[in-house]
Design a protein around this ligand. Structure first.
Ligand code: MG
Length: 243
């Protein structure tokens, strides 16, 4: 008596499975529909849901660390590091983002290694994507342009010549900490340099430090920071999408 029942169950499961396989609608998802976003008019211009952080005209979304207005030079649609005025950061704070930013190292090449066109983009004020003139300029691989500073060398060197505008498109996943402040999930980052993939979803080991090994410390949403490393590096067309 037991076996015919089991047989009947198996048959009905098989029929149901067969129907599932044949009906394509079973595997279609209709809701929710993705939100509509209007792409930028030209490559690199902000899509409709982006927060424009710098459009070439105004620096009102940026301050120095002490909250004072930006002292860097604003000219011809670009902002340029003024040495010794200090780094600048967004007033708004962020976690996971897609970030587009354009940068230019000085046409007049001075110095070499880490001293040539050095700046940097810090996600959450801690994790640096290096900005450096590495066009025919050798330095340690995990400190060159597009490196996650002192952690991950870029996959390739996609630098343009000094004086040319370059782009970074960054996908950043913030680290996650538990209630006691211990790391649950490290940050991850993907970077395209001038459209070329140079960081492929790598794990960030902690804040970018010059000496020693990185060590995570719990934090919340934080600013995007641009580094004053003493070289007149310029930035333009900065926008972000919160993910
Ligand atoms: Mg730097």
């Amino acid at each position: 008596m037991k076996y015919p029942i089991i047989f009947a169950i198996l048959c009905s499961v098989q029929i149901a499975y067969g129907q599932t396989e044949k009906d394509p609608a079973v595997t279609e998802i209709w809701t929710p529909q993705p939100v509509t976003v209007t792409p930028g008019k030209t490559p690199g211009s902000p899509p409709s849901d982006a927060i424009v952080l710098f459009d070439g005209n105004s620096l009102e979304q940026w301050v120095h660390d002490d909250g004072s207005p930006v002292k860097w030079e604003l000219k011809d649609g670009a902002v340029t590091v003024k040495a010794k005025t200090g780094q600048i950061k967004t007033i708004q704070t962020f976690e996971d983002v897609q970030l587009h930013i354009e940068w230019r190292t000085p046409e007049n090449v001075e110095s070499d290694g880490q001293g040539r066109g050095n700046s940097g983009i810090f996600l959450q004020e801690r994790y640096e994507v290096q900005v450096l003139d590495n066009f025919e300029n050798k330095t340690y691989a995990n400190g060159q342009a597009g490196s996650i500073y002192k952690q991950h060398a870029p996959l390739v060197n996609a630098c343009k010549e000094p004086g040319e505008w370059q782009t970074y498109d960054i996908i950043y996943k913030a680290p996650d900490f538990n209630d006691r402040g211990n790391l649950r999930t490290p940050a991850r980052i993907t970077v395209l340099h001038n459209g070329v993939l140079i960081q492929n979803n790598v794990e960030i080991r902690g804040p970018s430090v010059y000496r020693g090994l990185p060590q995570y410390q719990s934090h919340k949403a934080a600013s995007i920071t641009l580094q004053d490393h003493g070289n007149p590096v310029s930035y333009r067309n900065i926008w972000v999408r919160q993910l």
